[in-house]
Write a protein that binds this ligand. Structure first.
Ligand SMILES: Cc1cc2nc3c(=O)[nH]c(=O)nc-3n(C[C@H](O)[C@H](O)[C@H](O)COP(=O)(O)OP(=O)(O)OC[C@H]3O[C@@H](n4cnc5c(N)ncnc54)[C@H](O)[C@@H]3O)c2cc1C
Length: 174
């Protein structure tokens, strides 16, 4: 089975709703099933009962360039102090794009506050011990399973998050 086939099978008879914020209609989503898997911010889920966790954010700046090739590679990292962005993505190189133009995105580190995307957790002692309080609370909560980088306040790469999701299915569903 190809990747598309696998995804279609996973979504068979599943109702998918996009652009819905759990917190806009919390009661409805909480009562949709006996147990829910929540992949948003665990501190927000518990109404910041113990305080707010901190995150790092990012800013992206995208340009269409009038040239076929900018950097010859999908990703180039920049570690120099003087350069404000940490990497440049050149999208066409992910897919062997043959277009006359090229699109690049510069990625800048950014501080986080409410309303911005919380891209990464800040796993220092202060935030980790605050997270432990939410984790303990969640362990006595039979209604919800917390998954992913925001639910478990942890940095995950794609392979690790897939492993984590499969383990959760094995433990909770199969
Ligand atoms: C800029 C960037 C580059 C990365 N590059 C790599 C890479 O090169 N290689 C690699 O292995 N990993 C990379 N990662 C990490 C990878 O993206 C994550 O590990 C992965 O997406 C984590 O999956 P997740 O399910 O935990 O979170 P997400 O993929 O963020 O999924 C969480 C889901 O929950 C939904 N959600 C959250 N809150 C709410 C709410 N209130 N209501 C409704 N829905 C909600 C979100 O919309 C989202 O769909 C990168 C991450 C970033 C930010």
């Amino acid at each position: 089975m190809d990747t598309l086939g696998i995804i279609e099978k996973m979504l068979e008879e599943i109702e998918v709703k996009l652009n819905c914020d759990f917190f806009d209609n919390r009661k409805k989503y909480e009562n949709i099933a006996e147990k829910i898997i929540f992949t948003g911010q665990i501190d927000k889920y518990y109404n910041y009962k113990f305080g707010e966790l901190e995150y790092r954010s990012l800013k992206f700046e995208t340009d269409i360039l009038d040239e076929e090739n900018y950097q010859g590679n999908a990703v180039v990292n920049y570690t120099e102090y003087e350069i404000p962005y940490t990497r440049i993505i050149e999208h066409k190189h992910f897919e062997y794009g043959m277009q006359n133009k090229t699109i690049i995105t510069r990625e800048y580190p950014d501080s986080w506050n409410k309303g911005k995307e919380p891209y990464y957790p800040i796993n220092d002692d202060k935030n980790n011990s605050l997270y432990q309080k939410y984790k303990q609370l969640s362990e006595n909560d039979n209604k919800v399973l917390f998954g992913g980088r925001l639910g478990q306040y942890k940095y995950y790469n794609m392979d690790k998050i897939m492993e984590e999701a499969l383990e959760c299915v094995n433990k909770e569903i199969l």
